[in-house]
Design a protein around this ligand. Structure first.
Ligand code: UAG
Ligand code: ATP
Length: 513
């Protein structure tokens, strides 16, 4: 009650009896309530029947934004914002696990997962595998294989977040690398949480629409909150909206604790010194190389610098690796640990590649908005000296509708051919989504084939390619499902299909990588 009062969240309370039994379990899902539980009534789809169910299962207290007759006989805390209340109470219930972890947090439209994986790899090198990870793909709460599980959200609901942090601490983890989505701030999942190091990687319009952000200003505002809540801030100086981003960092952080990074050739237009620079060197199909150089005295003081190799190609992945080096050096890593940690990292669905004998090189990549498609295709065009680029892609249903026009725009810029196909159509007809993308395509520039069967689209694209061509299978990364009418329908993954197609090629002699 005190916590809610202190944060001006409490509107009223009704205490029925003994408060000592109040917090023996906490839940926002009536199906998981336990005896003597505290139940949060939250969410747009909340139904009062859930409170009845919770009470029947033994919940004795509820927290909600309004009193409910169904809660009669229970303790009631009526709050101004149930999501904020839940985050604060979750931190307290799990006894502030954040104080026992060094937390590095990433936000950005693109690169969060990649940077988080890179950072975990370096920190594991430094601390002997004691790095927890909360990412879009996986959540790692301990060193054992059964302490790693698939994520459903990029940033979990606050109760789950603090629960998993506590589990990580109990399992001996000392560091946590986490992705923080803009939704996490919109939904107050991380309300009250402070990070040791917070990163702002980049921002391009995305996640705007029904069920997400009402407009770009709100999307940016939510992302900036990560810097406001970080003790040390690190910013990619090349991000759009840099002045607003830097200003957000300075609201709570002294400029001495704000670090900027940029590529070697970037001319800083704002007269704020760049602390770290990265310089790209030659890359091949399967490896890229860059140099990391501290520039300002406060950066040089960490004595981490040198040449780095990555298995993940793409100049943007060098930027992600640079972020990871900075996060890790701030956590105490040295040059050797940063170099060794990064050396062999691969990430499911990010720049996975294979050579199709007698045909082109195939890349499977999670690029699924304008910014990432632009970064990916422009890199491949530069790297391969303007090859023919064949893209397989669809767009999801029920969300991110603006991506359809964006995909057409980026295809017009870089692709020779596109196979429009299915990608998480949800409750929409994938044929309508493909038609919508197709409407934006300049048919003078780009040949379009519509093949809604995704495995067949991948097959046809690979067979259509010639040696020297590049086939890009975009959008799903390593997703093992297609979201169709509310059901995650199993799907073998794009890379599995690619390997299968290659294995069946007459010329295939197992030369895949
Ligand atoms: C918009 C959003 O953040 N939605 C999330 C949110 O939903 P909500 O609070 O509105 O809850 P709800 O789904 O309306 O359900 C109402 C409540 O009834 C409860 N319930 C339900 C059934 C029942 O029998 N009993 C019961 O008590 C549920 O547990 C829930 O608490 O809380 C739910 C968990 O309680 C999440 O599953 C859900 O994520 C949805 C599925 C989602 O897809 N969110 C996406 C947009 C998202 O957050 N993505 C970002 C990445 C995108 C980015 O980069 O910005 C992410 O962090 O993953
Ligand atoms: N720094 C970057 N700038 C632009 N594009 C990037 C960058 N890093 C990765 N990408 C592209 O975006 C895709 C997704 O990368 P990643 O999963 O690291 O980002 P994310 O921020 O976690 O994305 P999401 O929020 O969609 O889960 C990659 O497959 C790649 O195509």
């Amino acid at each position: 009650m005190l916590i809610l009062k202190e944060h001006h969240l409490l509107k009223s309370s009704a205490i029925q009896g003994d408060m000592d039994t109040v917090m023996t379990s906490v839940s926002y899902d009536s199906r998981k309530v336990q005896p003597n539980g505290l139940f949060f009534c939250k969410g747009e789809n909340f139904r009062t029947i859930y409170l009845t169910m919770a009470k029947d299962k033994g919940a004795i207290t509820y927290v909600a934004e309004q009193p409910y007759p169904e809660g009669k006989g229970m303790n009631a805390f009526i709050v101004r914002n149930v999501q904020k209340a839940m985050a604060l109470l979750a931190a307290a219930y799990y006894n502030y696990p954040q104080d026992e972890l060094f937390i590095i947090a990433y936000t950005g439209t693109k690169g969060k997962t990649t940077s988080a994986y890179f950072t975990k790899a370096i920190l594991d090198e430094m601390n002997g595998g004691k790095t927890a990870l909360f990412s879009t793909i996986d959540r790692v709460v301990g060193p054992k294989p059964d302490q790693r599980f698939k994520s459903d959200l990029t940033t979990p609901e606050s109760l789950d977040l603090f629960h998993d942090m506590r589990t990580a601490v109990n399992n001996g983890m000392t560091h946590l690398v986490m992705e923080v989505s803009s939704q996490a701030y919109l939904k107050s999942r991380v309300f009250g949480l402070t990070y040791d190091v917070g990163f702002f990687l980049n921002i391009t319009p995305d996640h705007i629409g029904p069920n997400e952000h009402p407009n770009f200003a709100n999307y940016l505002h939510c992302k900036l909150q990560l810097l406001v809540n970080s003790r040390v801030c690190v910013i990619n100086a090349e991000t759009d909206h840099f002045p607003e981003v830097y200003a957000a960092a300075t609201t709570t952080t002294d400029p001495d604790s704000i670090f900027l990074f940029a590529s070697a050739s970037y001319q800083e237009p704002h007269n704020i010194p760049i602390d770290f620079r990265m310089e790209s060197h030659e890359a091949d199909l399967f490896e890229s190389r860059f140099t990391f150089t501290p520039v300002t005295p406060k950066a040089i003081a960490f004595a981490v610098h040198g040449d780095y190799q990555l298995k993940l190609v793409g100049d943007y992945n060098e930027a992600n690796a640079t972020a990871a080096i900075i996060g890790s050096l701030l956590a105490g890593a040295d040059t050797y640990e940063t170099q060794t940690g990064l050396r062999n990292v691969t990430i499911p669905g990010r720049m996975e590649s294979a050579l199709a004998p007698g045909h082109g090189a195939v890349y499977v990549d999670y690029a699924h908005n304008y910014g990432s498609m632009h970064a990916l295709l422009s890199f491949l065009i530069r790297q391969y000296k303007r090859p023919r680029i064949i893209v397989v892609l669809g767009a999801p249903g029920d969300k991110g509708v603006s991506r359809r026009a964006d995909f057409a725009r980026v295809l017009n810029q870089y692709a020779s051919d596109v196979f429009l196909t299915t990608d998480d159509p949800g409750f929409e007809d994938p044929a309508d989504i493909a038609a919508e993308i197709n409407r934006g395509i300049d048919h003078e520039q780009v040949r379009v084939k519509i093949e809604l069967d995704r495995p067949k689209a991948i097959h046809d694209a690979i067979l259509d390619s010639q040696p020297g061509d590049i086939v890009v299978v975009a959008g799903k990364g390593a997703d093992p499902y297609q979201k169709v009418r509310g059901v995650d329908t199993p799907y073998p993954t794009d890379m599995a299909i690619v390997h299968q197609v290659i294995a069946e090629l007459p010329a295939a002699k197992g030369e895949t990588k």
